[in-house]
Design a protein around this ligand. Structure first.
Ligand code: ADP
Ligand code: ADP
Length: 220
C-alpha cells in the first residue's frame, strides 16, 4: 500500500528531518512509528499524507506516485485516500457529532441525506451511536477522539494517519482508542499508521518502526 524509497526531507542545509528512509507497508497493516522528539515522525507522516513533499526519493501510496503529483492531484489524494487524526482532535466546537462527521462528505459535494446516513454507520462503528446529536462540550476526551476517528474514516480512506492520537488521554481511554483502531484495521482493512512517543502504545500495533535522527533504527 505504501512504498517509500530512499526518501530524504531536508528543511535547510542544517536540518535533515528524514535521511534516506526506505519502508514498505502492506495493505491492512497496523504500524506504529515511534522515536524521540525531533526524530522525524511528523515529517514522515506529513509526506505520506501528501501535506509535504520529499526533497528526494519516491513515495507511492495505493498506486499513486506522490513525488510526481502536482498540487491538484495531492489535494484530490488527501480527500479520497487519506484520513488524519490529531492529538487535539480539531473538531468544530459548535457542531454535533453527526455534523462534524458529515463535514468531509459535504465538502466533497455529497447531498446531506446520503452524508448523514454514511456518518451514522461510522458513528455506530466507533461506539458513539447514543451520542450522535451531542455537542462537543458534552463529550469526554475519549468520546472526542472517537468523533475525530469517525470523521477521518467517513470517506473510506485507504490509509488512516494518527498523530499522537492518545497523547491527550488518560491510559484507560488511550487503551480503548488503540483497541478501536485495531478493530477498524481488522474489519475494514484500513492501513493504519500511528505516530506515538509511547512505547506502551507502540506495542499494541502489529509492527513498530523506530526512527532516530531521521533514520530507521529498528525495523523488524
Ligand atoms: P518528530 O515528529 O519526531 O518530533 P519532526 O518530523 O517534527 O520530528 O522534526 C524532525 C526535525 O525536523 C526536527 O529537527 C525539527 O526541528 C525539524 N523540522 C520539522 N519541521 C520543520 C520545519 N517546518 N522547518 C524546519 N525544520 C523543521
Ligand atoms: P469517560 O469515562 O469516557 O472518560 P467521563 O467520565 O468524562 O467519560 O464522562 C462520563 C459521561 O458523562 C460521558 O459519557 C459523557 O458523555 C458525559 N460527559 C462528560 N463530560 C460532560 C460534560 N462536560 N457535559 C455533559 N456530559 C458530559
Amino acid at each position: 500500500m505504501i512504498h517509500i524509497r530512499h526518501v530524504t526531507r531536508r528543511y535547510s542545509a542544517a536540518v535533515t528531518a528524514l535521511d534516506d528512509v526506505s519502508l514498505e507497508i502492506a495493505e491492512g497493516e497496523f504500524v506504529a512509528i515511534t522515536g524521540p522528539s525531533g526524530c522525524g515522525k511528523s515529517t514522515l507522516m506529513h509526506l505520506i499524507g501528501g501535506l509535504d513533499t520529499a526533497t528526494s526519493g519516491e513515495i507511492v501510496v495505493d498506486g499513486l506516485p506522490l513525488h510526481g503529483a502536482d498540487d491538484a492531484e495531492l489535494t484530490a489524494y488527501r480527500r479520497t485516500k487519506i484520513g488524519i487524526v490529531f492529538q487535539f482532535f480539531h473538531l468544530l466546537p459548535t457542531m454535533t457529532v453527526t455534523e462534524n462527521v458529515c463535514l468531509p462528505l459535504l465538502l466533497r459535494g455529497d447531498a446531506y441525506p446520503a452524508a448523514r446516513a454514511k456518518a451514522g454507520e461510522i458513528i455506530e462503528l466507533v461506539g458513539l451511536g447514543d451520542r450522535a446529536q451531542h455537542g462537543m462540550h458534552q463529550l469526554s476526551g475519549g468520546q472526542l477522539q472517537r468523533t475525530a476517528i469517525a470523521r477521518a474514516l467517513v470517506h473510506d480512506p485507504a490509509v488512516l494517519l494518527a498523530d499522537e492520537p492518545t497523547g491527550n488521554l488518560d491510559s484507560a481511554n488511550a487503551g480503548q482508542i488503540m483497541e478501536l483502531l485495531q478493530k477498524i484495521s481488522s474489519q475494514r482493512r484500513t492501513t493504519m499508521l500511528v505516530v506515538t512517543h509511547s512505547e506502551e502504545i507502540a506495542r499494541q500495533a502489529s509492527r513498530c518502526i523506530r526512527l532516530r535522527d531521521g533514520k530507521i533504527s529498528h525495523h523488524p
